[in-house]
Ligand binder design. Structure first.
Ligand SMILES: Nc1ncnc2c1ncn2[C@@H]1O[C@H](COP(=O)(O)OP(=O)(O)OP(=O)(O)O)[C@@H](O)[C@H]1O
Ligand SMILES: [Mg+2]
Length: 222
């Protein structure tokens, strides 16, 4: 069992926000209130890539077309222009199959891109026509010029009490009946040790496996 995949949130409603502030920041995007480039930064496994996937879906549906760019491609100005830039004229003629917006997601920008000048020019010339989402673990390495143009949002891991309802939902879905106090204790330990949402799912995997092993053991004993 990998609950991480099976119970991956399908919409922003299922996303576990670590703080009300984060929820407000993200919902401005999912409600179409902001088109500023969005930089999602934070520790491993906090849901940055997940949000980069769910935001375009919230705005333009499950089948939304997203332009995914490898961060390495930000190293040459030519690449940046080729991959990013489309003229206003082009967009008027070929706006992506009736979508409200165009989307570009650049994952793992964990370095200062060589082509930052070209990137700034693209961001400026495509402002309001294209939603850019960047994810990174190391925001301090990102070009200050990019950050200045963007909404910079820190994605923190969910505290145990916030993750609790989601964990309960998953365990119920798998037919596991664990006491709330035990579940709370597990989540608290995971948060203290790992500070990573992925670790919650791993702990749930272990609980589910132990539960099923126990159930099988009881059956064999009958
Ligand atoms: N806030 C969250 N709410 C619900 N599920 C989450 C959340 N964060 C992470 N997950 C689960 O963990 C998985 C991994 O998250 P994701 O890949 O988005 O992390 P990330 O922040 O991009 O990590 P990395 O920095 O390692 O790339 C998701 O597919 C999802 O199943
Ligand atoms: Mg990621």
């Amino acid at each position: 069992m990998n609950t991480n995949y099976k119970y991956r949130p399908k919409s922003v409603d299922e996303f576990v926000f670590a703080t009300p502030k984060l929820e407000t920041q993200i919902k401005r995007y999912t409600q179409g209130k902001s088109m500023l480039p969005l930089v999602l930064h934070g520790e491993y496994g906090t849901g940055k890539s997940l949000l980069a996937d769910l935001i375009p879906k919230a705005l333009d549906g499950e089948d939304v077309k997203v332009n995914y760019i490898n961060a390495e491609e930000l190293n040459s100005a030519n690449d940046v222009r080729k991959k990013f830039f489309r003229s206003v004229q082009f967009d008027k003629l070929f706006s992506a199959n009736g979508q409200k917006n165009n989307y570009t997601v650049v994952e793992e920008v964990n370095f200062d891109p060589k082509a930052k000048g070209a990137l700034r020019v693209c961001l400026d010339s495509m402002a309001e026509r294209e939603l850019f989402i960047f994810t990174t673990n190391e925001v301090e390495k990102i070009d200050r010029g990019l950050l200045s143009r963007a909404e910079v949002v820190e994605v923190l891991p969910a505290p145990p009490d916030r993750f609790f309802p989601r964990a309960q939902h998953i365990l119920r879905g798998e037919g596991v009946d664990l006491e709330d106090s035990v579940l709370r204790e597990v989540l608290e330990t995971v948060f203290e040790n790992d500070y990573d949402n992925r670790a919650y799912y791993r702990a749930l995997d272990e609980i589910i496996e132990a539960w099923n092993d126990e159930a099988n053991f009881m059956k064999e004993g009958e």
